[in-house]
Design a protein around this ligand. Sequence first.
Ligand code: HAM
Length: 431
Amino acid sequence: MSQILQAIRGMNDILPPESERWERFEETVRDWLFSYGYRPIRMPLVEPTPLFARAIGAVTDIVEKEMYSFTDALNGEALTLRPEGTASCVRAVLQHNLLYDGPKRLWYMGPMFRHERPQKGRYRQFHQVGVEALGLPGPDIDAEQILMCARLWDDLGLEGIRLEINSLGELEERTRHRADLIAYLEKHIEELDEDGRRRLHTNPLRILDTKNPALQEIVEAAPKLIDYLGKASLEHFEGVQQLLEDAGVPYRVNPRLVRGLDYYNLTVFEWVTDRLGAQGTVCAGGRYDGLIAQLGGKPAPACGFALGIERLMALLEAQGELPEAPAVDVYVVHQGEAAQRLAFRAAEALRDIGCAVITHMGGGSFKSQMKRADASGAQLAVIIGEDEAQKNEASLKPLRVEREQWRVAVDGLADAVNDWLFGADEAINEE
Ligand code: HAM
């Protein structure tokens, strides 16, 4: 026998019941996005490679070493599996001129691809919910996006996710800070690690983000970007903080929060938990006012964030808040040819009234069919044996509570099932 092929490392199958929990999660997320006026957009998974180099920055981990890039064998075009969604979203907005009649609030959900070293919470194919507000300049939308996240954690029953924010200022402010930072780091060049030395002249801000404990002291004493911010940048940052305080959302200003993508300016933020080990950032984003112009559009401000679905699901699991996987309502058990035909009719009649129904297939004794019925999670088994078939009847057997089975005419089956499944609820509600 030939060997069973395996999925690519770091790219996971999501199987039931996990896949069903994902769907529940996605339903919550859709309602949440709708409640803030965001509308869905769907972009291709593959984009021209230059889009990401231009948007994310040529000297970032993502573009330098994590992209799944390949040449289209038919026309030689350089293509990349999207490592994130913001670049594609902005590309789509510009291509279709979506900002012609004012700001847009958009969201997307789906797989992203990064060639990282797989570990718990870090995958090569992972899933994000991305949220982008385009055309809005004020600190109010930054703050609202952060509040949105707080509300989602609440909707999901999540606790212990802390908020870190920072301001990256404007380009000119970063340029002055950068010159001073390089001068400072050059004085410590002997102590820097390989990554640090490589980034010294290309992306020194990222050195501040190092996880290397040996560099913490140097990084701690380095010139701080916040000290280089001008009046407008400071006001914007204060505006965000004021609205967060008004809403009672606690936060910490982390001057070393720099993000791994180059398109950000002004507000950046991350939601972090300690309960997932090293991969604790469950959601991250910020303002990217320069990106639209950088990708060829008429300059317009924008901000957004993305949450990592795998990480949020892991956190839900750790906190015992996993959404429940749904079960079908009814499992139809039958034996004999006439019974099978009646079972088909009965199942369709139940689906007509909105029930989820599995019709048993593949034969077997009543006992083994009832085992399947039980394992399906259904509330009720509808049993059609030869005797029932002859009389055009069906037996009902509750599967989750003790109760003798009873018979009804097939014509009255839908009503009887409806009463049992939903009438009971009403009775409880009335109590
Ligand atoms: P990001 O920080 O690269 O930002 O990713 C956002 C989130 O995606 C992370 O906080 C994390 O939860 C999740 N994530 C990232 N990489 C992985 C991975 N390898 N495995 C599992 N989860 C991962 C962005 O992608 C920006 N596009 C966010 C944004 C939208 N900024 C503005 N708009």
